[in-house]
Design a protein around this ligand. Structure first.
Ligand code: NAP
Length: 244
């Protein structure tokens, strides 16, 4: 029987690469995103090519009921959920003095509450199964902080706290929870940054290249398979050595 993974924010960037990599590893998939229906097609074509069965959920993961129905329907369809990757995330950058309440709340709602929503509903299923692996996609700025990203950094630091607490609560039933903290990864999220910012970043990356979504996907692959069966509650930094 194929294992089953839920991946949020799977329509592009890192989430798309994660979904495709997990299908390559032989998992069936529930794909969440929040956009135009056609946005998920590229991911769907790729996972089909690898022989995965899939479900698609186009809805806002920051809404508690959306996560609840996605997890319920996935369990009903596949009979099990073995992997959850909380990847959906947004930025609304601004200096603290100028940051609006909406900019703060919306980022925390998607990046942190969205992960809680899925984690809460999936944990019940995984506890009963006595197995499961959860990976939360945080960020290096959740560790270091970043000027202009108080909302985003706080949401990612919160996600790291959520990861460690969940790891402690779920470990005795064989459910592992880890986080990945990516550095600078080439996606739509970082495309909008100015050349000056990008060059500044590059000069601080010892491996002298930006990360690719696949670099994160491979780390997720490691954290959800038996290869990492003795690892839980950890934050794996995948950043070319930028933060050490
Ligand atoms: P991206 O290209 O902007 O993709 C974000 C994904 O999240 C999209 O699939 C988007 O769906 C989905 N999404 C956004 N809001 C959502 C919501 N409310 N409900 C459900 N899905 C939603 O971003 P990315 O660069 O791949 O980033 C993926 C994750 O890695 C994020 O958590 C981000 O914070 C983290 N990260 C990225 C970097 C980086 O350098 N890129 C670094 C550190 C951490 P639609 O396209 O349909 O809106």
């Amino acid at each position: 029987m194929k294992k089953v993974a839920v991946v949020t924010g799977a329509s592009r960037g890192i989430g798309q690469a994660i979904a495709i990599h997990l299908s390559r590893l032989g998992l069936n998939l529930a794909l969440n995103f929040y956009g135009k229906d056609e946005d998920i097609l590229e991911t769907v074509v790729a996972v089909k090519e690898h022989g995965s069965e899939y479900l698609v959920f186009n809805n806002d993961i920051s809404i508690f009921e959306n996560a609840e129905s996605m997890i319920k329907e996935t369990k009903k369809h596949f009979g099990q959920i073995d992997v959850l990757v909380n990847n959906a995330g947004i930025t609304r950058d601004n200096l603290l003095m100028r940051m609006s309440e909406e900019e703060f709340d919306s980022v925390v709602a998607v990046n942190l509450k969205g992960a809680f929503n899925c984690l809460k509903h999936v944990s019940r299923i995984m506890l009963k199964q006595r197995s499961g692996a959860i990976v939360n996609i945080a960020s290096v700025v959740g560790i270091t902080g970043n000027a202009g990203q108080a909302n985003y950094s706080a949401s990612k630091a919160g996600l790291i706290g959520l990861t460690k607490s969940a790891a402690k609560e779920l470990a005795s039933r064989g459910v592992r929870v880890n986080a990945i903290a990516p550095g600078f990864i080439e996606t739509a999220m970082t495309e909008v940054l100015s050349e000056t910012v990008k060059e500044g970043m590059l000069s601080n990356i010892p491996l002298k290249r930006y990360g690719k979504p696949e670099d994160i996907a491979k780390a997720v692959g490691f954290l959800v398979t038996e290869e990492s069966s003795y690892i839980t509650g950890q934050v794996l930094v995948v950043d070319g050595g930028m933060v050490m």
